[in-house]
Write a protein that binds this ligand. Structure first.
Ligand code: FES
Length: 183
């Protein structure tokens, strides 16, 4: 699902679906930037930084003609909003009210490692985008497949980065939840 992530006027991080309530066009076309509001390029419906619909072009018509019926409620079709949580400077978002807090969701074994790497304040030095036309779960599954790394990625053995005798492995969230985290 394409999403928009913003920091609103109060400094709060927001996240909402990147789809216009009108006909589903992408609302935000820029990768990053600053804005006070977001206007859909298709028919200029406008949204605030929380994803609320704030104006509808020609809602009352022109010179008494056209426009929406008085009981129209276009705001009820606003983009879906995510519940957002920041953990160690990383943003996590969900549409589900049932999702537990992120630290409980990832488990203590993963949380302690994120804390170790993401010491705040995090400074962004740069970034890149790589678009993979696939289901994101396939990428995640591949990361859990440590079996292939030294066999497929030849630079590991070419540059002698892999040490097959060193201790390795992967752990699941279920195991992490059952195992106390080590510092
Ligand atoms: S699709 Fe966005 S204003 Fe029409």
């Amino acid at each position: 699902m394409p999403v928009v992530a913003t920091r609103d006027e109060t400094g709060t991080i927001r996240c909402f679906e990147n789809r216009c309530a009108h006909r589903g066009a992408l609302l935000c076309l820029a990768d990053r930037g600053n804005a006070k509001e977001i206007a859909c390029v298709y028919h200029n419906w406008t949204y605030d930084l929380q994803g609320n619909l704030t104006s509808v072009a020609f809602r009352r018509g022109i010179q008494g003609k056209g426009g929406m019926p008085g009981d129209a409620d276009p705001g009820s079709q606003a983009p879906r909003k995510f519940r957002v949580e920041i953990f160690c400077g990383l943003m996590f978002a969900t549409l589900s009210e049932a999702t537990p807090p992120i630290e409980r969701y990832i488990g203590p074994e993963v949380a302690v490692r994120i804390r170790r790497v993401m010491k705040e304040p995090v400074k962004i030095l740069g970034g890149y985008t790589q678009v993979l036309q696939s289901n994101w779960k396939l990428y995640f599954e591949n990361v859990k497949d440590t079996y292939h790394a030294s066999l497929l990625h030849l630079f590991f053995s070419t540059f002698r980065l892999n040490r097959l005798e060193q201790k390795g492995g992967s752990s699941s969230a279920a195991k992490a939840a059952a195992t106390p985290a080590s510092p």
